[in-house]
Ligand binder design. Sequence first.
Ligand SMILES: Nc1ncnc2c1ncn2[C@@H]1O[C@H](COP(=O)(O)OP(=O)(O)OP(=O)(O)O)[C@@H](O)[C@H]1O
Ligand SMILES: [Mg+2]
Length: 233
Amino acid sequence: MLEVAHLDAFYGDGQILHAIALDAAEGERVAVLGRNGAGKSTLLKSLMNAGPRVAGAIRFDGRLLAEMPSYRRAQLGLALVPEDRRIYSHLTVLENIAIARYGAAGRKAMEPRQILERFSMLKPLEERYGGQLSGGQQQLLAVGRAFAAGPRLLLLDEPTEGLAPVIVEQMAREIAAICDEEKVGLVLCEQNIWFARACTSRLYLIDTGRIVFSGGWDEFDRNADLKQRYLAV
Ligand SMILES: Nc1ncnc2c1ncn2[C@@H]1O[C@H](COP(=O)(O)OP(=O)(O)OP(=O)(O)O)[C@@H](O)[C@H]1O
Ligand SMILES: [Mg+2]
């Protein structure tokens, strides 16, 4: 479904990503792990054409995205939950979810109530305004909301940052379940190895803008030095 070949990305004259190769089949879930500043957010923004200048080939369903603007990519079924979440503070939780359905563009959107059922931690917050939510609650909402437009491939930027462990566990279960049932693919950028493992079937490691490892979790575990070299744990 997604095929990325030799992707370079730049901010101004500074090159951030170097010859990235990455792919995800229909409904497949992959993780991208890397330290602070490794290039994870730049990669997701590049896939969405939401910031960096890019060179190289990004294909979705075999089709070259090239200069296609973000909103058209969203219409094809790509959805990004960016690091700054972008919750509407003057809308309630339910309204934040409902408004996301306008991005569906002919694809099957999910009922906002269905999203609240699937993300049980959002349910009691239904009437709360976005601006009244804690940082962690805003993160939950951003993830739940992303499913409302019926995406085919979700790009999640460190959704667990700052969340309590028990909430991270529940979020992993709920994301995996909804992705399975709705056949949503995932590119998950993370530093939380436990969460990434719980949500995906294989991973990439990124370091200073380059992919330095790609493989299954078993292979990652067999190479103990990878963690130390690239993940600062
Ligand atoms: N708008 C920008 N302009 C210039 N440089 C940027 C910009 N955004 C990010 N960078 C630089 O690009 C590099 C990669 O940043 P990026 O945000 O992609 O890393 P990251 O892996 O997402 O890190 P983190 O885990 O801290 O979110 C960093 O050196 C960063 O300083
Ligand atoms: Mg980031």
